[in-house]
Design a protein around this ligand. Structure first.
Ligand code: BGC
Length: 449
């Protein structure tokens, strides 16, 4: 059996996000977020599910951290709910909301688990949405002010910060296709929202340099694209899809400009931005977080507005319950691509995982062999990238808990720990035990027994 070598300091963790797990969204003086409103908009979330209770992590946090310790996790990536801390998104601080994150961080540290805090994982304060949300240029300052408060309170204890989680999903789901909060559907708004997300990211990094002493980065979701055929039309579609989803968020940070294809995608909806914005967006970051789930075979499709590209099903491939092809090789490829295109950066896999139709709890466990296999294959793909010299410093499985999968509600389960949403009972799945043993041996045992 081959033994795999991960760096000694490799950070093995699990990830969650505030609105997906916390519950109690208005407790102790918190303000509503756009997700609190979106789940109350008829027809937007499957079965009318809400995050009102979610995994009740707000109240069960200490037990959940003890469970992480039992699994041997070295790190936990969570997000801070902006409107729990600043109910109106700016100005007045809700001390009780801040105190929750202080307790969470202290409990993690007491158990020897390193916190990685994400400042924005989609739950924008509703009060800021009332002022235009990501369409209002002032949001970069609102975000920087909020971030500064979080840094001042927690930077002594949190050593790894993330500005934004997946700006592409916010712009695409929230402003272009309207399937995620705030539910807008406009090709004129999407590039504006994207740009202000990136400006907020840059302003957050600048605020960190003024206050922080450790590391700050950005988390993007990358989905490698390949052409469905050798036709020039499919190749061009692949380049548009790649520019839209992947390079749109990395080129401005590392090269100070947007990919040229975006103009061809948005046409008259593509705005001109002042050059000075790019200087701010390019503020150097300490690491890049990559969320990897799948890749996509892409064909030209004039009807698919506005990118004019569609995914093609891959014959014989396995798909997850969210319809994503299982393709671990593309994880190795995307890590090498980032290194080759943007340089030798410190990288973290900040999310990777899969939804499968798990069986019910039986005899105190959940057998989820498909997820075990998914994790094993992706960790092997990660090991291959590290062996090829890519500087990957940690891996966070998505997700610790079965949680509110946004518009899918509770129907799609990504957890390595099952949650019975009627009783809040947690049950370790086979994948949790598998992952725990990988962590215990620092990945050396990946090849299997
Ligand atoms: C997000 C998570 C989400 C996961 C699975 C990522 O896009 O960051 O919040 O649950 O994918 O869809």
């Amino acid at each position: 059996m081959k033994s795999y070598r991960f760096p000694d300091s490799f950070l093995w963790g699990a990830a969650t996000a505030a609105y997906q797990v916390e519950g109690s969204p208005l407790a102790d003086g918190a303000g509503p977020s756009i997700w609190h409103r979106f789940v109350r908009t008829p027809g937007m979330v499957k079965d009318g599910d809400t995050g009102d209770v979610a995994c009740d992590h707000y109240r069960r946090m200490a037990d959940d951290v003890a469970m992480m310790k039992q699994l041997g996790l070295k790190a936990y990536r969570f997000s801070i709910s902006w409107s729990r801390v600043l109910p109106e998104g700016r100005g007045r601080v809700n001390e009780a909301g801040l105190a929750f994150y202080e307790r969470l961080v202290d409990t993690l540290l007491a158990h020897g688990i390193q916190p990685m805090a994400t400042l924005f994982h989609w739950d924008l304060p509703a009060a800021l949405d009332d002022r235009g949300g990501w369409l209002n240029p002032d949001i970069a300052h609102w975000f920087a002010d909020y971030a500064t408060g979080a840094f001042r309170l927690l930077d002594g204890r949190v050593r790894k910060w993330v500005t934004l989680n997946e700006p592409w999903v916010v712009a695409d789901g929230g402003y272009l296709h309207g399937v995620l909060a705030p539910g807008h559907r406009s090709a004129y708004e999407a590039p504006i929202a994207s740009h202000h997300l990136m400006r907020a990211h840059g302003a957050g990094v600048a605020a960190y340099r003024a206050e922080g002493r450790h590391e700050i980065g950005l988390v993007v979701n990358l989905e490698p694209k390949s052409p469905a055929s050798e036709s020039p039309a499919d190749h061009a579609a692949m380049r548009r899809a790649d520019a839209y989803m992947n390079r749109q968020y990395l080129d401005p940070v590392y090269r100070g400009r947007y990919p040229a294809e975006l103009q061809d995608i948005y046409r008259d909806a593509w705005p001109e931005w002042p050059a000075s914005d790019f200087g701010a967006i390019q503020a150097p970051i300490d690491f890049l977080g990559i969320n990897y789930y799948t890749r996509s075979l892409t064909r030209a499709d004039p009807a698919a507005w506005p990118v004019r590209a569609s995914p093609v099903p891959v014959a014989g491939a396995r798909y997850t319950e969210t319809g994503w092809e299982v393709c671990p090789e593309a994880l190795t490829a995307v890590l090498k691509w980032v290194r080759d295109r943007y340089g030798d950066l410190p990288l973290y896999i900040t999310e990777n995982g899969a939804a499968f139709a798990d069986p019910p709890v039986a005899e105190g466990t959940v057998e989820d062999p498909l997820r075990v296999e998914y994790l094993r294959a992706h960790l092997l793909a990660l090991a291959a990238a590290i062996e090829a010299g890519v500087d990957v410093r940690g891996y966070f499985v998505w997700s610790l808990l079965d949680n509110l999968e946004w518009a899918h509600g509770y129907a799609k389960r990504f957890g390595i720990v099952a949650v019975d949403h009627a009783t809040q009972q947690r049950t370790l799945k086979a994948s949790a035990r598998y992952y725990s043993s990988v962590v215990a041996f620092n990945g050396a045992s990946l090849g299997g027994t």
